[in-house]
Every structure is written in C-alpha cells, then in structure tokens.
Write a protein that binds this ligand. Structure first.
Ligand SMILES: Nc1ncnc2c1ncn2[C@@H]1O[C@H](COP(=O)(O)OP(=O)(O)OP(=O)(O)O)[C@@H](O)[C@H]1O
Length: 298
C-alpha cells in the first residue's frame, strides 16, 4: 500500500481544466516533489487529496483509505498558510490546536523541538519572522504524529538560510519514517531534497521519476577551427542529428568515452581543437522541455 495514490484525478473550474487525469504514486518513506510552474495545478491537486475540494472525476487514496471517516487521522498538512492568533505565543497557539484536535499537550514541546522553535516558543506569533511562521505551521502539521505529510510550497518566501533549515527538517522527518509529499516550483529545491519527482504542467502529470532520471543525457562540447571544416568532420563521423551547433561551438550527443576518438579525428584533419569538455545534463533544460517552456520556473 502506497501512502498516496491518485487515479485519473481531474478538476474543472467552469471552463478551466485545472487538473487533468493525474495518476501519481508516493511511496512509503520517500520525499516526493510535486513540481510545476505557477498555475500548473499543484495546489488544486493537493486540495483534492486533503478533501478540501471535491474532484470532478477520478479517485484518491491516502494511506490506503478512500475519503471518509478517519481519512486524515494520520495525515499532517500545511496548505494555504495556517491561521494563528497573532497575540498568542507560538506554544500557546499549538496548545489551542492540540486541544482542538484531541492531541496530548505533551506533543507541543516535542514538535517545537522538531522544527527548531523551542527557544522562541514563548514569544508572540506576531513577532515571528516568516521562517519562524513557516516552522510553526510545520509544527502544527506534526501534532498528530502523521505518517504522511503534505506540504504546499513549504519554503515559499523564505530566505536561503530559512530554506536550508526547512530542507534539513523535512529530510529528518523522512529519515524518521514520515512520508512527505511537497509541492514546489523551484527545481533546485526539489533536486536537493526529493527522492522522486512528479512534474505537472498545464494540469497534466508529464513525468514521474527520480531526479537522476529526469536529467536528459549530457553532451560533449567541442570548439575547433576552422569552424566549417570541423562541422564537416563531425557530421561525417556522427551524422547530422548528433551534432548541435551553439555559438560557434558544437554540442555532440555522444557518450563521454568517445571524446578521445573525436579529438583525434579533428586533429588528424589538421584542425585546431581548443575545447573538448563533457557537459553534465542540464536539469533545467529537461524540465523546460517537459513543461513546454513553462515560464515561472526558477
Ligand atoms: N477556485 C478556483 N476557481 C477557478 N479557477 C481556479 C480555482 N483554483 C485554481 N484555479 C485555476 O486552476 C489552475 C491551477 O491552479 P493551482 O493553484 O492549482 O496551480 P499551482 O500549480 O498550485 O500554482 P501556484 O504555484 O501559482 O499556486 C490555474 O489556472 C488557476 O487559475
């Protein structure tokens, strides 16, 4: 049983098809990144998972259960910024939530500790930085000791140090057995924190894979003069389709171990070779190809 399974999940808002036939699977113990540009349908999908809105069609199971009584008992969520009382302390806010949820108050100090907020827990919420507010939000999602955590853009608006803190905390939670599904429009973030990625574009899941597999193949960058002669040698050797011309350089779609042979062919033809360099696959390029050049990706 996978902690999250959706089948052909769809949501229309009037004429807008916000989510189209999304079937995704989050496996136990992993950090799964739900990645897509702004407006791709991430929040709408997460809201359907949490029963905040009803799907137009398709199904959802969390921890093996279809929506219904007790569906979210072992699920923690941070979506659309939780509401806290500004004049109460962080701790007191959590006590209110714990009482409301029927959770033992002893959990409050435990979760404050987990998110690194214990030292400032007595301060009023209104005095918290954005990073501290996010951490308190995460603490509230942890009160029920969830097996599954669903986080919508958990690092949104945080400075680099706050983002790094949040990443560490999320990885620690996963290391302790919690499955995490988080959405993000930040490729670099997903690359750093996630085990697997689902890429959503214009409402459709266009890839579900590991970060490593998401990368396109690398290329061999070659610079040689005279340019036209170099192009003739390379296309004769490899065929037109494997020789891409970029700014008077060549990007060759070959395996890295062909570098020596290609260099010797060029030198043997009397050409001056000034660069032969393996370029690691570019994750951002792969992502842009998948999402059709979605514009809001950072
Ligand atoms: N309640 C609603 N009524 C009408 N349209 C909506 C509603 N909620 C979302 N949409 C539309 O559905 C599409 C997907 O929005 P959604 O918020 O799920 O995207 P997202 O990937 O989470 O983007 P963001 O990162 O900007 O939140 C957008 O075109 C949005 O305008």
């Amino acid at each position: 049983m996978n902690p999250v399974e959706t089948t052909e999940l769809s949501k229309n808002f009037g004429d807008i098809a916000a989510v189209k036939g999304v079937s995704l699977t989050v496996r136990r113990g992993e950090v799964y990144g739900f990645l897509g540009p702004n407006g791709a349908g991430k929040t709408t999908t997460l809201r359907m998972l949490l029963g905040l809105i009803r799907p137009s069609s398709g199904g959802v199971r969390l921890l093996g259960n279809p929506p219904g009584h007790g569906y979210l008992d072992k699920v923690g969520a941070l979506i659309e910024g939780p509401a806290f009382y500004p004049y109460l302390s962080g701790r007191k806010n959590l006590v209110v939530l714990a009482d409301h949820a029927g959770v033992a108050r002893t959990r409050v100090d435990a979760v404050l500790d987990t998110v690194g907020l214990a030292g400032r827990a007595g301060d009023r919420y209104a005095t918290y930085s954005l990073g501290m507010k996010q951490r308190l939000g995460l603490a509230s999602a942890l009160l029920k000791e969830p097996e599954l955590l669903i986080l919508d853009e958990p690092t949104n608006g945080l400075d680099p140090a706050g983002m790094a803190d949040m990443r560490v905390t999320i990885r620690e939670l996963a290391a302790n057995g919690c499955t995490v599904l988080l959405s993000s429009h930040l490729l670099a973030e997903v690359e750093q924190i996630c085990d697997r990625v689902g890429v959503i574009s214009r409402g459709e899941l266009v890839a579900e894979t590991t970060v490593a597999e998401l990368r396109a193949g690398g290329t061999l960058r070659v610079v040689a003069q005279p340019f036209d002669q170099a192009r003739t040698v390379l296309t004769t050797l490899l065929g037109d389709e494997r020789v891409l011309v970029r700014d008077r350089a060549f990007d060759l779609e070959v395996e890295p171990d062909q570098a020596a042979k290609i260099t010797s062919e060029l030198v043997g033809a009397g050409l001056a070779v000034s660069e032969v360099r393996w370029r690691e696959p570019d994750l951002e390029e792969a992502f842009l190809v998948l999402t059709g050049g979605g514009n809001d990706v950072a």
